[in-house]
Design a protein around this ligand. Structure first.
Ligand code: NAD
Length: 452
């Protein structure tokens, strides 16, 4: 395997050096080809998502395919402008010169994807890699084998492997890929594996983007619109059965509003999932037995307010709401990544800051309030990747906002122009005139050229 991967990297490097991938018209043609390929493969993608995760067609299209079309549209429309060298100011100390920033692709890039949105999270970074003029190797998740096959076929029938290739495989394959001296690594996955990726990248000083996870709170202040908050949280939490990197992980709610909010959460959960979510045709499965078992162990029956049921063999867990949860409960120890929603209460806003700051920086934070002061207080005191005020999850669906983590939830960002920038090195050039040569900088030099 090692030899085959080394030879693939070399092939891509040679192709990159041919210069073909850098032409803007070439990039646009490839992005258009990718868009057409996704369209042709739509039904295969949705079928694979159904097999791997029991994702329904609507959810599959909305979260894995539709988003890519808008990213592709944005990249195709703007790549000319984004790739144009930018003229900058020149200081007086370089009088006579001109300054430019050239937008240079890195070269051979490696994209490692997780299983929870297995198609979207493999292809969205690819849009950035192509738009910026790189070659790319994609390693899809081994835990979604049907989607992995579709990604391989789609890419193999659209691009030559010297340009874009898919290497399927598990952790060992991923490690072999990471041993290679590639020019950029874009990793999406857990914080734990993110650390290993960064360690591997350090051997070659390869730059990385790490899109990781974390415990993302949804904060409900006492002045929040509770109905909308409940509706938007239930949607964001139970989407993909809670296996979403930016899902609200837990709720922090003002003590006074707890009772009413629990009723509203239950109302919307029942409304959308019915009393028998486990029998619902399109309710997503938990990815594997290990995770089913992990999640079942997090459910404390005494604290279950709603749900709590599961079908272990079929890998389904009901949307579950847990109340009176304390920060010491097992469910509050790590990212839940499943359909369990714990509710923690606070009495004073300072407690929120204390609770969130005691944990690693979350990938997302959602604040529900009608007050500008509350908004200012939370946004200026807490560090997190990104988020929403009065909504959940939707901040990642716009190409106009950078998406990424901070601290333990990751580094770097992408989507829209940020995808282009992520896969681009900014090469600064000062072009000096040869019409004259100001003597000021040489004033310390005693030796004249004629004496050499
Ligand atoms: P994971 O870290 O286990 O695996 C991700 C990828 O890394 C897979 O392709 C896997 O084969 C590979 N991998 C696993 N172990 C490895 C190792 N030791 N060395 C090298 N490669 C290795 O993550 P996952 O379970 O697939 O995904 C779930 C996690 O991803 C959650 O924590 C979630 O929050 C996070 N996530 C983050 C984002 C984001 O955009 N920030 C998006 C989706 C998921």
């Amino acid at each position: 395997m090692k030899d085959a991967i080394s030879s693939l990297v070399q092939k891509q490097r040679n192709y990159f050096y041919s210069g073909e991938t850098k032409s803007i018209s070439f990039r646009k043609n490839q992005l258009t080809a990718l868009k057409e390929a996704i369209r042709n493969y739509e039904s295969d993608i949705l079928e694979a998502l159904k097999k791997d995760l029991n994702k329904g067609e609507y959810e599959g299209f909305l979260t894995e395919i539709g988003f890519l079309y808008s990213e592709l549209k944005d990249m195709i429309k703007n790549v000319d402008y984004w790739a144009t060298p930018k003229k900058e100011k020149t200081p007086i100390s370089s009088f006579g010169g001109k300054s430019f920033v050239y937008k240079e692709p890195y070269g051979v890039t490696l994209i490692i994807a997780p299983w929870n949105y297995p198609f979207q999270l493999a292809i969205a970074p690819l849009i950035g890699a192509i738009g910026a003029g790189n070659t790319a190797i994609i390693k899809p998740s081994e835990l979604t084998p049907n989607t992995s096959v579709v990604i391989r076929e789609l890419i193999a029938t659209t691009f030559p492997e010297k340009y874009i290739a898919v290497v399927e495989g598990d952790v060992e394959t991923s490690k072999v890929l990471l041993d290679e001296d590639v020019d950029y690594i874009f990793f999406t996955g857990s914080t734990e594996v993110g650390k290993k990726v960064m360690e591997a990248a350090s051997k070659h000083l390869t730059p990385v983007t790490l899109e990781l996870g974390g415990k993302s709170p949804a904060i409900i202040m006492d002045d929040a619109n509770l109905k909308l908050a409940a509706k938007r949280i239930v949607w964001g939490k139970f989407l993909n059965a809670g296996q979403t990197c930016v899902a609200p992980d837990y709720i922090l709610i003002h003590e006074k509003k707890r009772r009413k909010f629990l009723k509203l959460l239950t109302y919307y959960t029942k409304k959308w999932f019915g009393n028998e979510a486990l029998k619902k045709r399109d309710y997503p499965k938990i990815i594997n037995e290990k995770h089913v078992e992990r999640l079942i162990n997090l459910i404390d029956e005494e604290k279950v307010f709603y749900g709590g049921g599961f079908a272990q063999e079929q890998r389904f867990i009901e949307p579950t709401i847990m109340m009176d949860v304390t920060m010491d409960d097992p469910v509050m120890a790590e990212e839940i990544f499943g359909p369990i929603l714990p509710i923690v209460t606070f009495e004073h806003p300072f407690e929120i800051v204390d609770i969130v700051r005691k944990r690693p920086n979350p990938l997302a934070l959602y604040l529900f309030t009608e007050s500008k002061d509350h908004e200012q207080f939370i946004l200026s005191n807490l560090s997190f990747g990104g988020g929403c005020v009065n909504d959940t999850v939707m901040h990642l669906s716009t190409p106009y906002l950078p998406f990424g983590g901070v601290g333990a939830s990751g580094m770097g960002s992408y989507h829209g122009k940020n995808s282009f920038d992520t896969f681009t090195h900014e090469k600064s050039i000062l072009k000096q005139t040869t019409s004259f040569d100001l003597p000021i900088r040489y004033s310390q030099t005693k030796t004249s050229l004629s004496t050499l």
